[in-house]
Design a protein around this ligand. Structure first.
Ligand code: PHB
Length: 372
């Protein structure tokens, strides 16, 4: 029987425990969407996680939909991320970059030349985008032409190359939460009539081609993928998610992927309001097809995580808000120590307050110096 405090071999990466820091948008990137030294401190403070997954990071300028989210497409961004990976490694940690494209969850003000955001189909999201002008409705997207898709796949491959140059141990392909790859997967947003729309196989094609491209840069065991099979976050749905995500889990397993990361239920919301998908079945499908590790997420407590890992239902558990508010979450769970309360008013944007100033049980020192 394994515990969340036991080590795990994730392909050739050795994780000291099964507690993962989930990807969390914090909107604190600097000018040019470049990661800052403060971000390096924030991630390094959390280096006792078995694995850190970075906040969602746009693979190309068109992939942005929120202010101050970092990118991984410019030389300056690669340099900024190098500060982060160096700081995490110096603190003894491991870090994975989440590769992101928002698709239609964007606004013309983020797009090069003020163009329309891109999406599988020209269907606007009933969502607001947070721009320099405040909250505004997401713009009507334009449908990507079939001949544009190789260029999009290439943007993910180049982003993976940049992640490698920046020193990331792994990359995670973000196919969850109603962003571009999820928009291709689900039929509410994908009404295409080419080979990337229609059948389950066709709607999964772009994700699988992206994963293939990324796995030409990192070994497949160093690539993860995040999905949210029943989440309606960002105005998305599918008429029949079970066969869709069973196919996705099997195909990703067949690529020998390092992990499949599943958001169970509604993102940041109820875990069991939608019973259309059997998550345990998806995890089994992934592993039976050759996938390496499974990761679960959404509202896990220590007790839930222990039960899931000790029963062998999942290998890894990702914690979001608990890691945000408790840099030393692993030590606190080990000791059953009380947790800091998160301050939601500082989740997005701002500086050190609510970011690098959550107290730890013992002082954190970065390279011999007290943390900023
Ligand atoms: C967000 O910025 O709100 C966000 C980003 C990525 C997610 C979910 C939410 O997967």
């Amino acid at each position: 029987m394994s515990s969340i405090f036991d080590s795990l071999a994730l392909a050739d990466l050795s994780l000291p425990n099964r507690m993962v820091m989930a990807p969390l948008t914090r909107s604190r990137a600097g000018a040019g969407n470049v990661p800052t030294p403060l971000m390096a401190t924030y991630y390094a403070q959390r280096a006792t996680a078995g694995l850190i997954i970075s906040e969602a990071t746009q693979v190309c300028p068109e992939g942005q939909g929120y202010i101050c989210t970092p990118g991984i497409h410019s030389a300056e961004q690669v340099e900024g991320w190098r500060l982060v990976t160096d700081a995490v490694h110096a603190a003894g940690g491991r870090i994975c970059l989440q590769l992101w494209h928002v698709g239609r969850i964007s606004h013309t003000s983020f797009q090069p030349g003020g163009a329309a955001p891109v999406a599988p189909s020209a269907i606007a999201a009933d969502m607001k985008a947070y721009t320099t002008e405040g909250f505004v409705p997401c713009s009507m997207p334009r449908a990507l032409e079939t001949i544009e898709l190789p260029g999009l796949i290439e943007a993910y491959r180049q982003a993976a190359l940049n992640a490698k140059a920046a020193g990331f141990d792994m990359v995670e392909v973000h196919a969850a939460n109603g962003y571009l790859l999820d928009q291709f997967l689900r039929d509410k947003t994908n009404q295409r009539t080419d080979t990337y729309g229609g059948t389950v196989e066709n709607r999964s094609r772009l994700l699988l081609e992206v994963v293939d491209a990324v796995a030409s840069v990192y070994p497949a065991g160093r690539v993860g993928c995040r999905i949210s099979p029943v989440s309606g976050f960002n105005d998305i749905d599918d008429t029949n998610p079970l066969p869709l995500f069973t196919h996705v889990a099997q195909a990703l397993g067949g690529c020998g992927l390092g992990y499949l990361h599943i958001i169970e239920g509604q993102t940041g919301g109820p875990r069991d309001a939608d019973q259309r998908v059997d998550f345990a079945g998806l995890r089994r499908s992934f592993k039976q097809a050759g996938g390496q590790c499974t990761m679960v997420n959404n509202g896990y407590t220590k007790a839930m995580a222990e039960a899931t890992v000790s029963s062998g239902d999942a290998d890894l558990v990702a914690f979001g808000v608990p890691f945000l508010a408790n840099p030393d979450l692993v030590a606190r769970f080990k000791l059953d120590a009380p947790l800091n309360a998160p301050d939601a008013s500082t989740f997005y944007g701002g500086g050190a307050k609510g970011y690098t100033d959550y107290p730890t049980r013992t002082p954190f020192h970065m390279e011999g110096k007290p943390a900023a």
